[in-house]
Design a protein around this ligand. Structure first.
Ligand code: SIN
Ligand code: CO
Length: 382
């Protein structure tokens, strides 16, 4: 069971203090007796679906090729020098989604999804940089991983229009990973994994939005909601002798128009909650064929069935005195103190059983919320 990380001489706290966003780290046998939650042929099956993002990166002599899924047949790639990458594979396999559990010492909102790769000997995507932190679990097989420090002298290499690599770097980690090993790579650290044997790797990816992404998404959110409509106001204007100048006073007034848009905490929180729970890959939403009533839901719970969120669903709880909200999949649900215990269970994506929610459902607001999320296909009895 992959439920805890064997940190050896570290702890989650010392890892965060010394390595997180700072230095790469390889933990040998972080997971004892690691069992792959997926087999190579099941991964290939995912890559045959058109709603799942996948690609194959192949190296032929010094040339690189990239093909995008869905794939029908893998035989053209042979037995060496290619890797299949399947994005958000945790949306489709329970066991892949469960690989995120040992990383709950980092808040849920920071975790994005799990990308799974299958590589044949010699396979990899070449030396490159990523903008996000990643934990890579070595499953079946062996792979040689080299990881370097950030280096401004590295140049970008684009051997194929869909493949960004970097020039060769000096590794500070150069090791062969085996099943159960865990590699942590901070953003912008060059790395290169080359399979030695057929190899499966699980990449737990994180999200860390840039100012560019946040501000442009915030502007879109404000436009959609007809907010951001305050306008420049110069009702206190004095006559000027320098009409060609944009003066300090006007610069301040104009800057204030922009700043005022960022002052309303509840607007910002509403945006952040929706933005950070928006999932970028297909979710396996299971919308009931007929809307379920709370009586029907209670009946199924009473029969001992468990309710679970669909795999890969993102939920965030904001529990501020002046702003209590639950965000699920880009939607916001206002809550209050009576609902806190129940919505915390929802947000933590724990399995809901009659035993753990019976008393919560006596509160009508909780019962309504549960009915809504079930009828949207977000929680299901499957
Ligand atoms: C992988 O090939 O499993 C991971 C690719 C990467 O380094 O991002
Ligand atoms: Co990478």
């Amino acid at each position: 069971m992959t439920d805890t990380i064997h940190w050896n001489d570290l702890t989650a706290e010392t890892f965060l203090a010394d390595y997180w966003q700072k230095k790469p780290l390889l933990i040998k046998v972080a997971f004892t007796d690691f069992v792959d939650p997926v087999e190579a042929n099941e991964l290939a099956g995912l890559a045959m679906e058109d709603f799942i993002e996948s690609r194959i990166v192949a190296k032929k002599a010094q040339n690189w090729d990239v093909k995008h899924g869905p794939f029908e047949d893998f035989s053209e790639f042979g037995e060496h020098n290619w890797t299949l990458l399947v994005q958000a594979a945790n949306h489709w396999f329970d066991g892949i989604d469960a690989l995120v559990e040992p990383f709950r010492f980092i808040p849920n909102w920071r975790i994005d999804d799990v990308m799974v790769s299958f590589s044949t000997p010699g396979g990899g995507v070449g030396p490159h940089l990523d903008q996000y932190d990643v934990f890579i679990i070595q499953g079946e097989g062996k792979r040689r991983w080299q990881v370097g420090a950030p280096d401004d002298t590295l140049t970008e290499v684009v051997p194929h229009e869909d493949l960004k690599q970097v020039s060769s770097f000096t590794p500070i980690i150069d090791e062969v990973t085996e099943p159960g090993d865990l590699l942590y790579i901070p953003p912008n650290h060059p790395h290169d994994g080359v399979a030695i044997e057929n190899s499966i790797n699980y990449s737990i990816g994180f999200q860390a939005p840039s100012a560019q992404e946040l501000i442009s998404a915030f502007a879109d959110h404000q436009l959609d909601n007809q907010l951001f409509e305050q306008r420049f106001d110069d009702s206190q204007r004095q006559a000027t002798k320098t009409p060609e100048e944009l003066t300090a006073t006007d610069l301040d007034l104009l800057t204030n128009v922009m700043n005022s848009a960022l002052q309303d905490k509840s607007v910002i929180q509403e945006f952040l909650g929706k933005y950070l729970t928006t999932v970028h890959h297909t979710l396996n939403l299971l919308i009931p064929t007929e809307p379920m009533s709370i009586d029907f839901i209670n009946q199924i719970l009473a029969e001992g069935e468990e309710l679970n969120p669909v795999l890969g669903l993102k939920c965030i709880l904001i529990n501020q005195p002046e702003n209590m909200k639950l965000f699920i999949n880009g939607e916001s649900f206002p809550i209050d103190n009576d609902m806190l215990e129940f919505t915390r269970m929802l947000a933590a994506k724990r399995g809901l059983t009659s035993d753990n929610i019976k008393s919560s459902l006596l509160c009508l607001k909780n019962a309504q919320l549960l009915t809504t999320v079930i009828n949207k296909g977000l929680w299901t009895f499957e």
